[in-house]
Design a protein. Structure first.
Length: 112
C-alpha cells in the first residue's frame, strides 16, 4: 500500500454524529450535517450567541475535538451548543458549536 494512502488513512478524523433524542455526540462513520453551524446565516455573519444569561462571541478558529471531549448544553436555532465534558461550573466561559460533522470540527465562542 502506498505511503500516502496510509498517511491519509491515519490522519482522517472520524465523523461526529449527534443524536438529538439522547443529546449525545459520538464518533461515527456517519456525519450529521443537519446539526452543523456551517452555512447557517447567524454563524456565517459572526452573530453572538445569547445563552445562560450571557453573550458569547466567536473565538479563534474551528478546531477538531473528539466527541468525548464535549457535552450538549443547549440549542441555537437547531444547532446544539456544547461545553467541555465535566465542566459543571454555573457559568461557562467557552461554548462550542459543530462546524463540520464530517471532521468533528467545532467553533469556540468565548463569554464576553
Amino acid at each position: 500500500m502506498p505511503v500516502s494512502v496510509l498517511l491519509a488513512a491515519a490522519l482522517a478524523a472520524p465523523a461526529c454524529a449527534f443524536h438529538d433524542e439522547r443529546g449525545v455526540l459520538i464518533a461515527s462513520p456517519n456525519a450529521t450535517p443537519q446539526f452543523e453551524a456551517a452555512g447557517k446565516p447567524w454563524f456565517e455573519n459572526g452573530d453572538r450567541i445569547a445563552i445562560e444569561g450571557g453573550s458569547f462571541a466567536k473565538f479563534g478558529l474551528p478546531r477538531q475535538l473528539a466527541p468525548a471531549e464535549l457535552e450538549a448544553l443547549a440549542d441555537r436555532n437547531g444547532v446544539p451548543v456544547f461545553v467541555e465534558a465535566g465542566d459543571y461550573s454555573a457559568e461557562h466561559d467557552v461554548i462550542y458549536v459543530m462546524v463540520r460533522s464530517a471532521d468533528c470540527s467545532f467553533q469556540p465562542y468565548a463569554r464576553e
